[in-house]
Ligand binder design. Sequence first.
Ligand code: NDP
Length: 331
Amino acid sequence: MEYRRLGRAGLKLSALSFGSWVTFGAQVDEAKACEMMKMAYDAGVNFFDNAEVYAEGASEEIMGKVLKKMQWRRDSYCVSSKVFWGGNLPTQEGLHRKHIFEACHAALKRLKVDTLDLYFCHRPDIETPIEETVRAMHDLIAQGKVFYWGTSEWSAEQIREAWGVAKELGLTPPAMEQPEYNMFHRDRVEREYHRLYSEIGLGTTIWSPLASGILTGKYAGGIPKDSRMNLPGFKWLRPKVESPEGRRSIEKAGELGKLAAELGASLPKLAVAWCLKNPNVSTVILGASKIEQLKENLAAMEVVPLLSSGVMETIETILQNKPQLPPNFLR
Ligand code: NDP
């Protein structure tokens, strides 16, 4: 396993980490979660990702039971939660001080830990003043309940605003962002955040490296019965394969699969390795509903050295979606 710094922060996370969205509490029960987390930990994974909204708390409960059962040294792994969607009442959602504190306490209880190593604002809250959110996160850090706080799916402008407010008021600024990043979804990580890496030292814990499984090639013959897009509550993901754009993604996945085969790799490994090639990615959060999937994805590190500049160019030719950075007019 390779370990990467979380942006400018000192913490080093495993380049591959493991998350529980969709899976824990739906496709993965406690016994299977135990097997998966052990497999990941034994492979060198030191970061497990979670959120208050995943399976309405059941995902964190399962992870907490596994962490307790495994009895790994607490200083050998990191665990996260995310705050935003905690319930249907106005007091139970968003990024106001009350919900941030209550959600943190509830997550600590479910995960059975004293500290959240990473705590994310799961989406921006456009109604709560940014100072209130930044101060609440700072106070949790000061109380030792959180080590690093960050954002998820915030615009560069929103991240910069939070960072600026923190600096101005002497509070702890956000250390990381959790954005979607995969071969089909690149613009934000590669273009929009471009200056944030060097200017504020932003780390990234990226999600959906396989575009919800499309970058495995498994959707070529329609939606498989046992995949997430067939689960109750997840049908909203279907346009990812059923829309005209979705159908183009499936075609491209087919071409990428052929390239992977030429390299002697599988498409999931190629797709994860491609994310790892980006030095601004601190960690790639893997998702898996089956033990074999996790085993395969954890082996993606071995494909990174095969991604020569020629192979990366071939991938660009297939994808045709390289984000354009602003031109530099200096001589
Ligand atoms: P992926 O895009 O990698 O999708 C994972 C899913 O793809 C699996 O659950 C499985 O679904 C399928 N799959 C994975 N590997 C294989 C394989 N080798 N062969 C065949 N099928 C495979 O990642 P996720 O979307 O799950 O995201 C990863 C993590 O990122 C989440 O667990 C969560 O922690 C985080 N996340 C954060 C978000 C945020 O807003 N901050 C949003 C979404 C995720 P199936 O078997 O059902 O087909």
